[in-house]
Write a protein that binds this ligand. Structure first.
Ligand code: CP
Ligand code: NVA
Length: 328
């Protein structure tokens, strides 16, 4: 890995001042300007380089993150907690079975308690409305750790990964194949804000939400981005530089798995589909992967796969967010 931050496009293009991000909630990628996203990515690259070279950065000593999980997690839980540890701060995992947000205590009251004790809140929720409600009532920043609508932390780590591997985000064809879900929505917003060329291949009935596409395309008309939806996955992947997929059945949709598993097999990312992409294309998955469904072992374990870089970069990208929203 490079030691030169200027290798990354996000270090060379215009930035917002760090101060612009202080105190901000992180609910959706669309809440940020291109310059603000570049500031976050540049900080993520810098923090990763510092960590690699052993430079300590205990910049959140005495600060506490509260983590709310309504759904399971490996990466989000470990990376937020590890990030706070590396910053010299502390993270509290508020298990939903104990806190019972929304039943034992209302969402606004949980927010109004937590902000008396902690400096920042991260929440993984079923309904996006819950994280919006937390943010509306908490006086400290609230970070969306995945909702049914979006997964902004994931996409920040993914953008960092693309830049590491390909040096840039623009002038690349990015393909997303599979279910038009929360991860897709955040990728679509990133394309709109940053001016990326994004091609989604998804079956009828599972394509991205029209309102998300409308908002992102309005942003893309100003950023020079392009967002195209295909029904044929090969059309999405044709000559792509990046091929991204995710689960066909997201958390909370388990009751639909029978019908979904009938529709999605033509959208599997396998060697035949990858043959349509550029030979040097990278393969991405936010994980957890369902091997043999949305992605084959051969592709996930093959030389084009960057899935564990994405997982690592959750740590660095979220540390950047924590540092910036807390003004450190
Ligand atoms: N990608 C991701 O958010 O992983 P977890 O569900 O394990 O947190
Ligand atoms: N779309 C998936 C992402 C998991 C990180 C889900 O919501 O379950």
């Amino acid at each position: 890995m490079t030691n030169d931050i200027d290798t990354f496009e996000s270090a060379r293009v215009p930035h917002a001042p760090a101060e612009a991000l202080r105190g901000r909630d992180v609910l959706s990628i669309a809440d940020f300007s291109a310059a603000e996203l570049r500031t976050i990515l540049r900080r993520a690259h810098a923090l990763k380089l510092e960590r690699r070279s052993g430079v300590p950065h205990r910049i959140l000593e005495g600060r506490t993150l509260a983590m709310i999980f309504e759904k399971p997690s490996l990466r989000t839980r470990c990376t937020f907690e590890t990030g706070m540890t590396q910053f010299g701060g502390h993270a509290i995992d508020l298990a939903q079975e104990h806190m019972q947000m929304g039943t034992r205590e209302s969402v606004p009251d949980v927010a109004r308690n937590l902000d008396r004790w902690v400096d920042v809140i991260m929440a993984r929720v079923y309904s996006h409305r819950t994280v919006v409600e937390l943010a509306a009532h908490a006086k400290v920043p609230v970070i969306n750790g995945l909702s049914d609508f979006s997964h902004p932390c994931q996409i920040l780590a993914d953008l960092q990964t693309i830049e590491e591997r390909l040096g840039r985000l623009t002038s690349l064809k990015i393909a997303y194949v599979g279910d038009g879900n929360n991860v897709t929505n955040s990728l679509i917003f990133a394309a709109g804000v940053l001016g990326l060329d994004l091609h989604v291949g998804a079956p009828e009935g599972f394509q991205p939400d029209a309102a998300v596409l409308g908002r992102a395309r309005a942003l893309a008309s100003r950023s020079d981005g392009e967002i195209v939806v295909h029904t044929n996955p090969a059309d999405a992947v044709d000559m792509a530089d990046v091929v991204y997929t995710d689960s066909w059945v997201s958390m909370g949709q388990e009751g639909e798995s029978g019908s979904r598993l009938k529709v999605f097999p033509p959208y599997q990312v396998n060697a035949a589909l990858m043959a349509r992409a550029r030979p040097e294309a990278i393969v991405m998955h936010c994980l957890p992967a369902h091997r043999g469904l949305e992605i084959t072992d051969e592709v996930m374990d093959g030389p084009q796969s960057v899935v564990f870089d994405q997982a690592e970069n959750r740590l660095h990208a979220q540390k950047a967010l924590l540092a910036l929203v807390l003004g450190a």
